[in-house]
Design a protein around this ligand. Sequence first.
Ligand code: AMP
Length: 470
Amino acid sequence: MPSFAELNLIPELLRVVAEQGYTEPTPIQAEAIPLVLQGRDVMGAAQTGTGKTAGFTLPMLQRLAPHANTSASPARHPVRALILTPTRELAAQVEEAVRTYGKYVPLRVSVVFGGISIDPQYAALRRGVEILVATPGRLLDHVQQKTVNLSQVEVFVLDEADRMLDMGFIPDVKRIIALLPKTRQSLLFSATLDGEIRRLADSFLRDPVLVRVAPPNATADLVNHIVHPVARERKREALAHLIRSRGLKQALVFTNTRLGANRLAYQLNREGIHAAAIHGDKTQPERLQALADFKAGKVGILVATDVAARGLDIEDLPHVVNFDLPGQPEDYVHRIGRTGRAGATGEALSLVCPDEHERLTAIEKTIKLTLPRELIPGFEPDPMLVPSLMTGTRRREGDALSGGGRRGQHRSDEVRTGARRSRPSAPVDPIFSSPYQPAQTTAPERKEAPAKQPAGQVAALLGGMPARRK
Ligand code: AMP
């Protein structure tokens, strides 16, 4: 791996990289930085967590650095770089990253996204800004109001293109691209690069270089997955019990619906466990506040939907809890990618009730692992209804039941989404910082999905066993 200095970054950037404590470039940075510096268009297959933000921001800052000036005149600060992101949170984080990496390069950066008042955004745009981070909808509002001029954009970055697609933003993105100068540099980043994303890329990139980094989930081998079989109606109590008995200090808890997130956060608070909810119905200030409180440790439990959690760069996250199992197996991979970073261990706990059996099977098939089961004494589902549930499980607090043979078995090494093998109750070291996390193919957030109640499949819960003990 070349060093940052060998990538020919200017001293202003080398300094900040050193201050950030980055000792060497990540693979995407090592590949993308020289290409972007050369002015090439890049199509990057890379997810959040690979270090892609610095991968495009550092060389972009270097290319724009000659334009840096301290003039008060707005005309001296046209928008020269535009970064589009799918979510407000990601936009805010990218802006923060640009600000950080650009600390010693006097270029102005600003962010525009919906859900908050547009007025302060007008003011910033009017003063002039060289690097603009935006979500598509709000940027088009500004275009319509004629409060932004994109005619001098030299570098265009489309970040997380696959999520743009998921969220239905591609028409807006195309509208924005049509407003950009024809001569420019364009970069596209996406976890997946097939089908529609590929067609989109082909439509606006000019002779792009494909940069592909290996899925960064090797570190997820350090994630300790545990499935806690529980009765549906006792999930909340079981979660509160786990939080207390395991002393969980900081956990991101996933629900499948906004309503479910609200309800769970409310109920946990009522029980004296500080929790906040983050989802698409919350206002932007509320979401940012909840995230800030969580990061600062003021709130121990952040209850989130998949969409709200996308793109959140939360470091030091020791626990991810699936209060509901996701309907899309890929969402499980995405969720657990938030723990087990930086070679530290993390825990992915899933509360699974009988009617989620099919989902669990689909997840295990996708990640090619059989997840270890662990009963929480006092919260077991009715064993007569779900005999298979009691097979291959162990009790918490070391009170092992029969079997255990299913625990953490690797079915294949092809996919390293990784349950750490056979260590369901290992102590957890809650120190994380690595940039890596796995693929994400999440579906748009649902308002409220009806829980599936596949009565006939209850029997087969967690292992394909017959419905009743004979
Ligand atoms: P990203 O994929 O851009 O969201 O980056 C994920 C995380 O990786 C961020 O918290 C960055 O601060 C961190 N990061 C970026 N580049 C490096 C690097 N070269 N070494 C260590 N951490 C990095």
